[in-house]
Design a binder for this molecule. Sequence first.
Ligand code: ZN
Length: 229
Amino acid sequence: MPFIFMNAVGMQRDVETLLHEAGHAFHSLAAREEDIYHYQHAPIEFCEVASMSMELLGGEFLEVFYADDDAARARRTHLEGVVGTLTWIATIDAFQHWLYTHPGHTREERRSAWLEIANRFGGETDWSEHEEVRSFLWHRQLHIFLYPFYYIEYGIAQLGALQVWLNSKRDKVKALADYKRALALGGSRPLPELFATAGCPFDFSSRTVRPLMEMIEQELESLERQAAT
Ligand SMILES: [Zn+2]
């Protein structure tokens, strides 16, 4: 039986966490009939599809928790977070590739490599008077210190979850059935097959990413229109 362990302190983040962890819980319930124990657990890239999909699918029912205005605000915060995280993941991944292909680099070289990569993926924030902090912002990501190269997984999973959500906007019944079927496979199939069963091509080119970002853009625009009326 899955159990959710979480802290709740009365913030929007609690709601996101509850939905997220519920996705993991559904996953273990769906796969628990699998005979081979090690096949009950999917690779992390797909585990997080289960959970992040639930954030997006469940996010459509936030009125259970909130009054209308707050629900819209919570959706906006969540979607902005999704986009921001993708660029942060790209930044961290590119930086790790640089680190390991430049052994013997100096601190100065590392600082300028970081800043160059940070500009490449998100040069739009004004950091003036805080440049020194920005130069070491990578300290924030523990994966660099403890789990080398283990961060891109979250990006792979988020792009899967966004595809599940996009599918649900076209055909909710089918998207949910595919999602549940994929969860029930546990880890008994290779990753691309788990994605395919969930209705997501295992492809991370602009062909996949562009429609997902367009969906988020439209969603944010409609939230803004709602707020204006
Ligand atoms: Zn998770």
